[in-house]
Ligand binder design. Structure first.
Ligand code: AMP
Ligand code: MG
Length: 491
């Protein structure tokens, strides 16, 4: 086996650097990924590879398999695990850190520098009791979900590939190891700021904030108070992120502050779920006894997390009022962004007074009837005021309640160009989302070394608004057994 120290060209022309390493050793530990025994491809996202500027053929090479599993180091890479802390389930958890993720380095792309990170690549000084590994099932879920959210136009870290191994990993039972190779402009979390703030390391805190401002929020540098401006800018991105999650029916499941990206990206896919039947209080994480991260609580939890970020940044601000003022816009930005998203789903190209009421009554109707969220919206694309639409109506156990709503909706769209409305709706109401049972099907097949299901799903999820004739089964209602799927934090 090749060792991690063999330097080889990782895709011709790629230059690996690591700007995070420039912050200094208080921020990370340099280390080598643990070799992954006899790695094999489980899934590859060629779209993600293209966006990283990787050559098409490279992803088929044994060299790529070695580099992306952490078994060989590309030249220039300075692998490291970063330290962060965080609030987990509302409680201060102290030091956490990249317990099983290793940053290989970053590469220059047409979209700016992108970090490449291996998740599941062995123990680090931040592993605590963990083994540093990730299992196949959770790696497949993260891989497909990352690419699915990107396909939906939702800000997210990307996933380049999943690499499997038959090496055993102990969870509730013995499973096998895998690595998800992820990319993002940065994997910095709210928890990174909390870490240095709680340690009273204010020089490091400022260094981190300056790094983030200079690289990702340069406009904040011009503000009278750059750190308050940073907090406000992160709040804006987070408000946008929450609107996209709520509109598509995505539940993250573990919105701890260490799982909140400073860039407003969806990050750390664990027990996430796309809603099947619409249930506002749905809790997707089997370990979340209190329902802290229920679907309808996500926007407020995001605000709570932003508040923690503000608290962490306080040493860099003039006073508390400044932090509170920076957080204030979230309260209007989130509802505005959600309204814009929901109007698009309803096929309304511009919001009018009264649309908010229509949106609220839509949510109430769906909740009262426990209607399948994705199927409702996709079917609604073919609704017309003249003929209504039986396939939508049939989704409602209480047909009368639908008829009353349909009157209200028909009136709103009566003067709208119906062709344009349908087009707008088809672009905003996906046909395909990664429901839990689809993830399960992909995992079951992969455990039998059949990776074709992953490939098929990847194709559908990367273009979820397209019809994809012949694949209607992937857009269907969940089977009865889906209700018994329990996804916990175990990964
Ligand atoms: P998560 O709930 O996946 O966001 O992880 C919370 C913390 O636990 C992070 O610091 C992770 O790096 C760490 N962690 C989770 N699973 C493992 C594992 N198998 N080995 C080491 N650290 C882990
Ligand atoms: Mg995490």
């Amino acid at each position: 086996m090749t060792t991690a120290t063999d330097a080889i060209p990782a895709a011709p022309g790629l230059k690996w650097v690591n700007s995070l390493a420039g912050l200094g050793p208080d921020f990370y530990t340099e280390l080598q990924p643990a070799p992954l025994p006899s790695p094999y491809w489980v899934g590859r996202s060629r779209a993600a590879a293209r966006e990283l500027g990787l050559e098409e053929h490279w992803l088929d090479s044994s060299e790529a398999l070695a580099v992306l599993s952490g078994n060989r180091l590309p030249p220039g890479a300075r692998p490291l695990a970063s330290v962060y802390s965080g609030h987990q389930f509302g409680m201060w958890a102290g030091q956490l850190g990249d317990g099983r993720a290793i940053l290989l380095g970053e590469i220059e792309t047409a979209r700016g520098p992108q970090e490449i990170q291996l998740k599941g690549s062995g123990r680090t000084p931040y592993s605590r009791m963990g083994d540093g590994r990730a299992v196949l099932r959770s790696s497949i879920r993260e891989f497909l979900a990352s690419e699915a959210l990107h396909g939906l136009g939702i800000p997210t870290t990307r996933a380049l590939c999943v690499i499997g191994s038959d090496a055993p990993v102990r969870r509730e039972e013995i499973e096998t190891a895998a690595i998800v190779t992820r990319s993002a402009p940065s994997f910095i979390r709210f928890g990174h700021f909390e870490h240095f703030s709680y340690q009273n390391q204010h020089i490091q805190l400022k260094k981190l904030a300056d790094y983030v401002i200079d690289r990702f929020y340069p406009a904040c540098r011009e503000a009278r108070q750059p750190y308050a401006a940073l907090l406000e800018a992160v709040s804006e991105r987070t408000a946008h992120l929450m609107a996209t999650w709520q509109a598509v029916g995505f539940c993250h499941g573990v919105m701890n502050t260490d799982n909140m990206s400073i860039l407003g990206l969806t990050i750390d896919y664990g027990p996430f779920q796309f809603l099947d039947a619409f249930d506002p209080g749905h809790v997707c994480n089997h370990s979340d006894d209190q329902g802290r991260y229920a679907y309808n609580k996500q926007p407020n939890i995001a605000y709570w997390n932003l508040f923690c970020l503000g608290q962490a940044l306080l040493p860099l601000m003039d006073d508390q009022a400044q932090a509170l003022a920076a957080l204030e816009p979230y309260k209007t930005l989130f509802p505005q962004a959600l309204e814009a998203r929901m109007c698009a789903k309803l096929g309304l190209s511009e919001a009018r007074p009264g649309d908010q009421l229509l949106i609220e009554s839509t949510f109430s109707l769906l909740a009262a009837n426990r209607v399948d969220y994705t199927i409702f919206w996709r079917r609604l694309c073919n609704f017309t005021p003249q003929t209504g639409h039986e396939p939508v109506r049939d989704l409602f156990p209480d047909r009368e309640s639908f008829d009353i709503w349909a009157l209200q909706y028909s009136e709103r769209i009566s003067n709208v160009d119906q062709g344009l409305r349908a087009d707008l709706m088809l672009e905003n109401n996906p046909k395909f989302v990664l429901r839990n049972h689809l993830g399960e099907e992909a995992i079951r097949a992969a455990k039998l070394k059949d990776f074709s299901v992953i490939n098929t799903m990847l194709t559908l999820l990367q273009a979820p608004f397209d019809e994809h004739p012949g694949h209607a089964g992937y857009a269907d209602f969940p089977p009865d057994w889906a209700a018994s799927i329990e996804i916990s934090c175990s990964s």
